[in-house]
Every structure is written in structure tokens, then in C-alpha cells.
Design a binder for this molecule. Structure first.
Ligand SMILES: Cc1cc2nc3c(=O)[nH]c(=O)nc-3n(C[C@H](O)[C@H](O)[C@H](O)COP(=O)(O)OP(=O)(O)OC[C@H]3O[C@@H](n4cnc5c(N)ncnc54)[C@H](O)[C@@H]3O)c2cc1C
Length: 494
């Protein structure tokens, strides 16, 4: 069988199928694996992630995948999330001694950036989620409602929306609240914050992202398969309505008895012949799935400017600051030789060198993340650097006296599909009407938004569909985290 695309969806499908005895050939157009969740080496030798990626404790399939490919120990989990507003007030979210769903009661009560009124309104909305067991009736309305509408119906204060709901959800879902289906927003709070006390824990890779996938190639090859890089699929060979093969450069063709297309929906729409698009409504609607942007800003300072592993900023363009130097600290020796992961398109990066690297202090590398960064798309890289640097210097006093040695900006205009209200009706299932043709990708029908967890789920679902059709069914999908604390009694004894 053939997998097209070496992102998390294709890798999860490929590793799962190889593990089930299939000879998998995986074709990836780029010189490295990982798709959007990968890292490169800049021309100056610096390792940068395409963008900081984080996982949560509730992402059970991603964890299973990391375990299968030997990457699970490269993810560090943190149980304290720190928020900082422009007046220097801090708040933290950390599970306390009380059982779920009251495990955040202590940290929420002392959360300084929110007023008492904000907190009361948030508590009221949380109660709605809780009493409906994560499934409030208005999530089933047609047409689907936005998260902002759902919050307004629950009388949320402006402070609660701007400094709590928006902060968590724009980062988790990469979209503004008025363009987010309320179902995704409510699900984040149910799965990560309410139903158990570990789902919110944040997992951050302690290595550059592409180091997480070394085990995938080995796993596929160990079962007699191959991973072929720099191998873009250029077209499909359709004969009598069936997929008969794939076209590559130089008129090369490859065929197999089954194919998993694990490419972004925009790439699939370009590959599919018109006749195939018309034959299956799930293909005809691909262009209705919109995309949203994420911008990553990388700063190298000449000295340490922050101690925390990461911080969430409130009321600023910059949403998260990750202390990459600290996060990588224990993993320096795990870096791969630069040559194996060279930058595919160095011109898409702009590295602004401010001065030669100072040596008096140990330098510090920070990565900033701005999700749903529509406003930054038209701005120049220097404008973005200036804006974010001013915010970092305001938030971190030591950065005011530190020298910015180097900076780079990575704009991903089509970072994820937009979780807009009703988007699920355009997302196709992994099994298609064309025999032997399966789909995977965070944008397929997974029930999840565009995340690494969603991508792995889609790969597992594609592998399950293929094995079912071939008469050798096998389950890969992992269950959600079980409710714990008081909820385990309430949900099992309604
Ligand atoms: C900037 C940014 C930040 C993000 N942050 C997070 C985060 O913190 N947490 C999180 O969970 N998710 C995050 N995401 C989302 C996450 O990266 C994606 O949901 C996930 O990686 C998608 O995986 P995929 O396999 O579905 O698609 P992709 O990763 O896009 O993989 C598709 C692969 O197909 C290949 N391909 C395309 N066309 C062809 C062709 N013709 N022939 C051969 N190969 C082809 C591509 O090169 C690519 O490798 C972020 C995404 C971005 C862009």
C-alpha cells in the first residue's frame, strides 16, 4: 500500500499499517518528515520549529503515536500555566487538591487578572458545560452557532471573554471566537479542564520537532516498507472510475492495492481530477474548508531574560512566549546533524541579525506564538519584530537591557483549517466511495479541530478503514481520558 504525505496523519497511518503486516511505501514531497509539525535548520545552523507545537494531556492518540515511535520521552509535561497581563498581574492555572471538576477552584479564585464579576460569569458558563456533560443542547442547533454567541447567551463579561475564553480558545483552535464553532470551544473545556484533572497538562517537545519522527521511518522499514523523501505525487491515474496508480516526476508511475492520501485538503483538491471530484460530494466540497494563520516569532537575546518555561500574555498581540533554551536544555545532544534537515526554502525566512552573538552571558532563545494572526499577515517582518519586541520588553524587565542578537518571523498563512461554525459538514470521512482510496489529515472527519491529535486520529481511522475493507479489522483509536474525581461517579451513575 502507498501513503502520500509524511505529516502526522500519514505517519500514523503508515506506522499503524506497517505494524499490521502491510508493506508501506510512504511518499513525501519535502526532504523531511513531520509536515506542518516539523523543524528546519536555518542557513546559519540554527534549529527552528516551523512553529512551537504543544500537546495536552487529553490528546490520547498523539501520546499513543509518540509511544509507538519511541518519542514519548521527548515530550515534557507541565502542570502549571502562567498568565501575565500588561500591568504585571499574574494568574496561574494549576490543579489543586480538590477532585475534578473542582480541581482549579483554588487557582481560579486567586487568578489576579480577572475580576470577581468575570470569575462568576465564567463559573456560570462552566456549570452549563458540566451539567450538560460537555454537550449543551444549543450545540446541536442548525445553523451551528459560534463560540462568541454561545458565551453571550451565558452572559459572559467582556473581561471574561477577552482575558479568559479568547486567550485559551484562540490558541487551542487557531480562530477568533466569532468564527469558531461553539462545539469545538466547549469540547476544549470539557476534555481538558473539567472532566478530569490531567487533561489540561501541557506537553512541550524538548527537541526540535523533526527529531520526533526518527522512529517512524525505522518502524516502516523494519516491516519491509520504505519512506521516500523528495517525492511529490503529481497526479492520479484513474481507469474505469478506479484509482490505478500515481504519477511522479519524469513520467514515473507507482501503483498499489490501496492508497492513503494524507496531504492537506488544498493539495488534495489540486491533485484530484474533475471527474473524481464530481463523483463524490466529499471531494466536491473541499474548497469550502477555509484556513487560518499562525505567526511564529523567534528571538535570540544575548542573555537570559525569562526563567519560566513558557508564559501566556494577556491583552497583547503576542499570545505565548516559550523559553526554548530552557525547554531544550536536557536534550542538546539529541540534535540531528544539520545536513539531514536542511531548510527547504530559505527565502521564506528572514533572519534579522542585530549584532554578533555576545559571549559575556549565555544567550537565550525565545519563541513567540500568535494564533489567528490575520492582522499580522499584511505587516512586514520588521514591523512584526518591532511590535513583539516591545511587548516582550514590557512583559520581561530583563529583556529591556538585553540585546536582541537575531530575530526571525515565520508566517504560516494556511496553518490550520478554520473551525468555523458548521465546518464539520464539509469534512470527508477517511473511507471514500472509490475502492482502495482512503483519506487522512487533520481536516478529515475526526471530531477534533486541526491539531496533532486530530491528525493522528485521522491516520488511525484511515488505517482502521483500510483493514476493515481488507477483512482484517484492527482498532488503533485510543479512548478519551476517563472522567475522574467526582465526575467518575456522577457520569457512571447518572
Ligand atoms: C504554525 C503552526 C502551529 C501549530 N501549532 C500546533 C500546536 O501547538 N498543537 C497542535 O496540536 N497542532 C498545532 N498545529 C497544527 C498541526 O501542525 C497540524 O494539525 C498537523 O501537523 C497536521 O498534520 P497532517 O498530517 O494532517 O498534515 P501536514 O502536516 O500538512 O502533512 C501533509 C504532508 O503532505 C505532504 N504533501 C503535500 N502534497 C504532497 C504531494 N503531492 N506529494 C507528496 N507529499 C505531499 C506535505 O509536504 C506534508 O508533509 C500547528 C500548525 C501550524 C502550521
Amino acid at each position: 500500500m502507498i501513503v502520500i504525505g509524511g505529516g502526522l496523519a500519514g505517519l500514523a497511518a503508515g506506522v499503524g499499517l506497517a505494524d499490521s503486516g502491510w508493506r508501506v511505501r510512504l511518499f513525501e514531497q519535502r526532504p523531511f518528515l513531520g509536515g506542518r509539525a516539523t523543524s528546519y535548520v536555518l542557513p546559519d545552523g540554527e534549529h527552528v520549529d516551523n512553529c512551537q507545537h504543544v500537546t495536552l494531556g487529553c490528546c490520547t492518540n498523539l501520546e499513543d503515536f509518540y509511544r509507538r515511535v519511541g518519542a514519548v520521552n521527548k515530550i515534557k509535561f507541565f502542570d502549571r500555566l502562567v498568565f501575565l497581563d500588561t500591568q504585571g498581574r499574574r494568574g496561574e492555572i494549576k490543579a489543586g487538591a480538590l477532585p475534578a471538576p473542582f480541581h482549579f477552584a483554588g487557582s481560579f479564585a486567586s487568578f489576579a487578572p480577572l475580576t470577581l464579576l468575570d470569575k462568576l460569569s465564567i463559573a456560570r458558563a462552566m456549570l452549563h458545560i458540566l451539567l450538560s456533560k460537555g454537550d449543551p443542547p444549543d450545540l446541536h442547533e442548525a445553523p451551528a452557532i459560534s463560540m462568541l454567541e454561545w458565551l453571550r447567551r451565558r452572559g459572559q463579561t467582556k473581561g471574561a471573554i477577552d482575558r479568559f475564553w479568547r486567550v485559551v480558545l484562540v490558541s487551542a483552535l487557531d480562530e477568533e471566537l466569532d468564527r469558531t464553532d461553539a462545539r469545538f470551544g466547549v469540547d476544549v473545556f470539557w476534555k481538558a479542564f473539567l472532566s478530569n484533572n490531567t487533561g489540561y497538562r501541557m506537553g512541550v517537545p524538548s527537541v526540535p520537532l523533526s527529531n520526533l519522527y526518527d522512529g517512524c521511518k525505522a518502524e516502516i522499514e523494519r516491516r519491509g516498507g520504505e519512506v521516500i523523501l523528495r517525492a511529490p505525487v503529481r497526479g492520479l491515474k484513474i481507469e474505469g472510475g478506479q484509482l490505478a496508480g500515481l504519477r511522479f516526476d519524469e513520467n514515473r508511475e507507482e501503483s498499489a492495492n490501496a492508497y492513503v492520501f494524507a496531504v492537506p485538503h488544498t493539495a488534495l483538491a489540486e491533485l484530484l481530477p474533475e471527474s473524481v471530484k464530481q463523483s463524490d460530494p466529499s471531494f466536491a466540497n473541499l474548497d469550502k474548508i477555509k484556513v487560518s494563520p499562525i505567526t511564529g516569532v523567534h528571538f535570540w537575546f544575548d542573555r537570559p531574560v525569562m526563567d519560566e518555561p513558557f508564559l501566556t500574555l494577556l491583552d497583547t498581540t503576542t499570545q505565548w512566549i516559550f523559553n526554548k533554551s530552557l525547554l531544550y536544555q536536557s536534550a542538546e545532544d539529541q540534535l540531528q546533524p544539520a545536513a539531514s534537515r536542511e531548510l527547504e526554502n530559505p527565502s521564506s525566512f528572514s533572519v534579522t541579525r542585530h549584532s554578533p552573538l555576545a559571549t559575556r552571558h549565555s544567550p537565550q532563545y525565545l519563541q513567540l506564538v500568535i494564533s489567528a494572526s490575520y492582522d499580522l499577515l499584511p505587516k512586514s517582518r520588521q514591523e512584526i519584530i518591532d511590535l513583539c519586541l516591545a511587548e516582550v520588553r514590557h512583559a520581561l524587565p530583563r529583556a529591556r537591557v538585553a540585546e536582541l542578537v537575531k530575530a526571525t518571523v515565520i508566517k504560516e498563512a494556511a496553518a490550520t483549517f478554520s473551525p468555523e461554525p458548521g465546518v464539520d459538514r464539509w469534512r470527508p470521512k477517511q473511507q471514500t466511495a472509490i475502492p482502495g482510496l482512503y483519506l487522512a489529515g487533520d481536516w478529515t472527519q475526526t471530531g477534533w479541530p486541526a491539531t496533532m491529535e486530530g491528525a493522528v486520529r485521522s491516520g488511525y481511522l484511515a488505517a482502521e478503514a483500510l483493514l476493515r475493507a481488507s477483512g482484517t479489522p484492527k482498532a488503533f483509536l485510543q479512548p478519551d481520558l476517563a472522567p475522574d474525581g467526582l465526575l467518575q461517579f456522577w457520569l457512571t451513575n447518572p
